[in-house]
Design a protein around this ligand. Structure first.
Ligand SMILES: [Cu+2]
Length: 259
């Protein structure tokens, strides 16, 4: 390595340290602070995975852009007759880069991938979840609570801290059940039943925060964009009062809570 090469490596290393530190100490923490609030346990698992990958993705992106800009500026052609700086990449660098990126990818598949899915799957093992049957239709949502004797409700009301088993069906075409604040989504497929679990952690409603709403996430016709339904996460007492007001019955599934 001659002196010019050594200087280029030193400059690059310095830029990597400065911009790498900026992205991982300032940029990514800022992005995380400005992330929309999460209202469900399963959503927290998903957010953790996103934040973990964000550190690698943003820092990697910044380092690549810094290297590119440096090389474009440093090795640009001096004029028409100047062929620029030619060179060969040592096979060792190529092999090393392939090995590192393969290792990173395998790591990400295991953590947060497989690990996160296992965390979310824990909700499915909860005993006596509150069952909510969701029907998607052109263009709206219906919510039924078979344990409580409630059918065709216009809003999704959930008690905080209680795992809900959301059973999703479609009456006509493909739709997708999505609540941005819960960070979880599943398709509503005609002729098929899809299930997901939500454990709300915070009280809130669509009126306070528009991200706490059911929104269709699969293009389903002209009314797709307006295919929404209000969501409310309330205390257990408020939930029981709501069930009573709607003409439902008190069920074991809720009475057993807190034992
Ligand atoms: Cu839709």
């Amino acid at each position: 390595m001659d002196r010019r090469q050594a200087r280029d490596w030193r400059n690059l290393a310095l830029l990597w340290v400065v911009f790498g530190a900026f992205s991982s100490l300032v940029l990514v923490p800022w992005m995380i602070r400005n992330y929309p609030p999460v209202y469900a346990l399963e959503g927290e698992v998903s957010d953790e995975a996103v934040f973990f990958l964000l550190y690698f993705a943003v820092t990697g992106f910044v380092l690549i852009v810094v290297s590119l800009v440096y090389m474009v500026a440093r090795f640009r052609s001096g004029g028409e007759d100047d062929g620029g700086v030619g060179g060969r990449v040592h096979p060792l660098y190529v092999g090393l880069w392939v090995a590192i990126s393969a290792l990173l990818n395998v790591t990400f598949v295991i953590y947060p991938g497989v690990y996160g899915l296992k965390e979310i799957a824990k909700s499915a093992a909860v005993k006596d979840p509150l069952v909510v049957e969701v029907t998607a239709l052109q263009w709206g949502w219906k919510f039924s609570y078979p344990q409580l004797g409630l059918t065709d409700q216009e809003e999704l009301v959930l008690p905080r801290g209680k795992t809900a088993k959301i059973v999703v069906r479609s009456r006509d075409v493909l739709h997708s059940f999505w609540v941005p604040a819960f960070r979880i989504k599943v398709d509503a497929v005609p002729g098929t039943t899809n299930v997901l679990y939500i454990t709300p952690t915070e009280e809130g409603s669509s009126e306070e925060d528009p991200r706490i709403r059911v929104q269709c996430a699969e293009l389903c016709g002209v009314g797709h964009a307006w295919m929404r339904a209000p969501v409310r996460v309330v205390s257990e007492a408020a939930f029981l009062a709501w069930v009573e007001a709607q003409g439902g019955r008190r069920a074991q599934v809720l009475a057993r809570e807190g034992e």
